[in-house]
Design a protein around this ligand. Structure first.
Ligand code: G3P
Ligand code: MG
Length: 229
């Protein structure tokens, strides 16, 4: 029998409400997810904003790089004509420990500010270390988090190789490996788990693949349709 996999909303509940918005996070919470994955970038005034792309064009009425805009400028834009771009703190305040938060660092110097914010929520708002999972494709960013506080849970993202991700995971004492669904096999799930890592796969949106991932024994499924898990 397959074991229970964590139900993780991708960018909130991306297929239900515009990705990485507070409304999308709220929708994922309605689906009683175990965790929510979001993406963060650093903007020109130094704050972390929750947004996937490096540029504003696809999702907003603005254009150009996120990192070249101040928070004030970004807050004046609309996502899908309707929603504000949230900051990391906006998301933390909505989640308020109702589930775990997987913060994906999109890089260009997001690690330090993320660590500061996470540490503050742990210190002053009774969040726990295991409410957080910080993941990235960028090894430098993960190393920066590890050097800041080696107790923070880290996830190594990969769309290239599970075994390479495992090799790197050792160096930062990672909690989990996050392979693209196309890479996942029963064997590499076992390989990662035997070395002590959880396996959280993305982005798994249809029932047959969800079923297959569960049969392979993954620990978590990151989905645009978390209601299906
Ligand atoms: O964290 C899983 C997944 O979100 C990684 O890829 O491009 O959707 O951020 P992407
Ligand atoms: Mg992501």
């Amino acid at each position: 029998m397959s074991k229970k996999a964590l139900k993780i909303g991708h960018r909130g509940a991306k297929n239900h409400v515009a990705e990485n918005t507070l409304a999308s996070i709220e929708k994922a919470l309605e689906f009683k997810v175990d965790a929510i994955e979001i993406d963060v970038h650093k903007c020109a005034s130094g704050e972390l904003v929750v947004f996937h792309d490096f540029t504003l064009d696809r999702m907003t009425n603005g254009s150009g790089e996120v990192s070249k805009h101040t928070l004030k400028q970004l807050k004046n834009l609309k996502v899908n004509d309707q929603y504000e771009i949230p900051t990391l703190e906006d998301v933390l305040n909505i989640i308020d420990k109702k589930c775990m938060l997987n913060i994906e660092l999109k890089g260009r110097d997001t690690a330090f500010t993320t660590c500061k914010i996470v540490s503050e929520y742990i210190k002053t708002k009774q969040w726990d270390l295991n409410h957080f999972l910080i993941s990235s494709f960028q090894h430098q960013e993960l190393e920066a988090v590890y050097n800041y506080n080696n107790q923070l849970r880290l996830g190594v993202l990969t769309k290239a190789s599970v075994s390479d991700a495992i090799e790197f995971a050792k160096t930062i004492n990672a909690f989990s490996i996050h392979p693209n669904v196309a890479l996942v096999t029963k064997d590499n799930v076992s390989l990662a788990q035997n070395k002590g890592y959880k396996v959280l796969t993305w982005t798994v949106n249809d029932q047959p693949t969800i079923k297959r991932m569960k049969a392979y024994g993954v620990d978590g499924i990151i989905s645009d349709n978390p209601d299906l898990i």
